[in-house]
Ligand binder design. Structure first.
Ligand code: PMP
Length: 289
């Protein structure tokens, strides 16, 4: 049986999962999305993702044409239709079909799309040996322009930084905000550990409020690791004992060099590895297995 995709209330075959070329999601990146992990047949932190989707939609004045409960049910039924045990869910809400003009008021029906897929992780080698990062010259979107807390379909800001990373021969890049402070990576949040203190940039740095970031802050509290949401510069990154990234797809991935400076002793650090272990245990516990 082939992959089934949820499109506007129906589960259709992958080949029939299509939207109009007049959809403003395509024409203007006008829409919002979520990426969710399925662990052991259960969508991890589904409520938090649905809540964030609704907050993104509110910020762009997009009314999602169903309730949060209906959305959660639609995600579950798409997972079941594809017998997904471990994988990834992409939830997309577009502004819908409109005219070639910008006005969202000409778009009457937002489209809801739910795609399940096998997760493509960073290679295991990245977890064992850690990532190398560069800082991108592309500045993070200003929060008063497009607030990075909106998980919108327009990801060009991140894509430009990703291109810089790939051009430099690495797979992720750090993005700074317009004040020159560390914001986040193209698709992951960033943490450091210095003298036993865990730090991550605050939401006011202009970042996505990552679900995994939130889980890591919870885990740190449980583990008695002091944690702070604090502004940081590249200097703070270079001089950290440990650095790691968090994201739904990446989970927790160690960073060992930044702009050719070795972080700590150049190996995944003990706090990073401890948090990763705790994360994997939590995921198992929440999946009830
Ligand atoms: N920052 C950005 C820009 C992202 O796109 C993502 C999600 N891929 C994250 C951070 C991590 O967020 P989450 O933990 O909710 O996946």
């Amino acid at each position: 049986m082939g992959l089934k995709v949820y499109v506007d209330g129906e589960l259709v075959d992958k080949k029939d999962a299509k939207i109009s070329v007049f959809d403003h999601g395509l024409l203007y990146g006008d829409g919002v999305f979520e990426g969710i992990r399925i662990y052991h047949g259960k969508a991890f932190r589904l409520t938090a993702h649905v809540e964030r989707l609704w907050r993104s939609a509110k910020a762009i004045m997009l009314e999602i044409p169903m309730s949060k409960q209906e959305m959660a049910d639609a995600v579950e039924s798409t997972m079941r239709a594809n017998s997904m045990d471990n994988g990834y869910i992409r939830l997309v809400v577009t502004r819908g079909v409109g005219t070639l003009g910008l006005s969202p008021t000409k778009c009457s029906n937002p489209s809801v799309i739910i795609i399940t897929d096998n997760i493509s992780l960073y290679p295991q080698e990245m977890y064992d040996n850690g990532l190398e990062l560069i800082t991108a010259a592309t500045v993070k979107n200003h929060p008063e322009g497009i607030n990075p807390r909106i998980k919108s379909l327009n990801y060009l800001n991140s894509i430009l930084a990703k291109i810089e990373a790939l051009n430099a021969g690495v797979i992720e890049a750090i993005m700074l905000n317009s004040a020159g402070q560390v914001a986040e990576c193209t698709g992951d949040n960033i943490f450091t550990v210095t003298d036993g203190v865990l730090r991550t940039p605050p939401l006011t740095a202009g970042i996505l409020e990552g679900i995994t970031r939130g889980v890591v802050l919870e885990l740190a509290e449980e583990a008695g690791i002091p944690a702070r949401e604090e502004e940081m510069t590249r200097y703070d990154l270079f001089n950290a004992d440990e650095c790691f990234l968090t994201g739904t797809a990446a989970e927790i991935v160690p960073v060992v060099t930044i702009d050719r400076r070795t972080i700590g002793d150049g190996k995944p650090g003990p706090v990073t590895l401890d948090l990763l272990k705790r994360f994997r245990e939590l995921v198992k516990k929440e999946a009830g297995s």
